[in-house]
Write a protein that binds this ligand. Structure first.
Ligand SMILES: [Zn+2]
Length: 163
């Protein structure tokens, strides 16, 4: 891989990095073992997130298992994970578009009922062969965690929830 930001013609050095995955819209997601190519000349860094669909599924799974009520950023992540725009999502859950927007910006707290509704929609989208997850979800055993950590391994991403 070569740098596209400057005229450096050399192959970029490959390393593994630990980064905060801010691109997903959440502040508490850390990725370990991300493939990183860095340009020595201009300092540009290129990250490879591997199987992004699997990565996002695991983050969604963590949020569904979260014990407390979702916050606005988490709701936005899950709505995007469901592949719905604000308007489409509003129609789907029979709530005004403005209300969804207020939930997502945090100007209006999310109710327990709405929290369960969103988590159900997402749980139904996650693979049903993941028995542990669905068992956990059906029993409504929430998990307490502050940090979502994911490790890149040979067979893909692995999730770890930390207090
Ligand atoms: Zn460069």
């Amino acid at each position: 891989m070569k740098c596209v930001m400057c005229d450096n013609k050399k192959e970029l050095k490959k390393s593994q990095a630990t980064i905060k995955y801010k691109e997903c819209g959440l502040d508490n997601v850390t990725l370990h073992g991300v493939e990183c190519h860095r340009c020595d000349q201009c300092g540009e860094e290129y990250y490879g997130f591997g199987d992004q669909e699997q990565l996002h599924s695991l983050i969604a799974k963590a949020l569904v298992l979260k014990k407390g009520i979702l916050n606005g950023k988490e709701l936005r992540f899950l709505r995007t994970f469901l592949g719905l725009s604000g308007a489409m999502f509003a129609t789907r859950v029979a709530v005004a578009k403005e209300t969804i927007s207020r939930f997502e910006t945090g100007s209006r707290p999310i109710s327990k009922t709405f929290d369960v509704l969103v988590k159900s929609l997402v749980a139904n989208k996650l693979p049903d062969r993941d028995y542990d997850f669905h068992d956990h979800w059906l029993k409504q055993q929430g998990k307490n965690f502050k940090l979502i950590e994911l490790n890149a391994e040979k067979d893909g991403w692995h999730l770890k929830l930390a207090a």
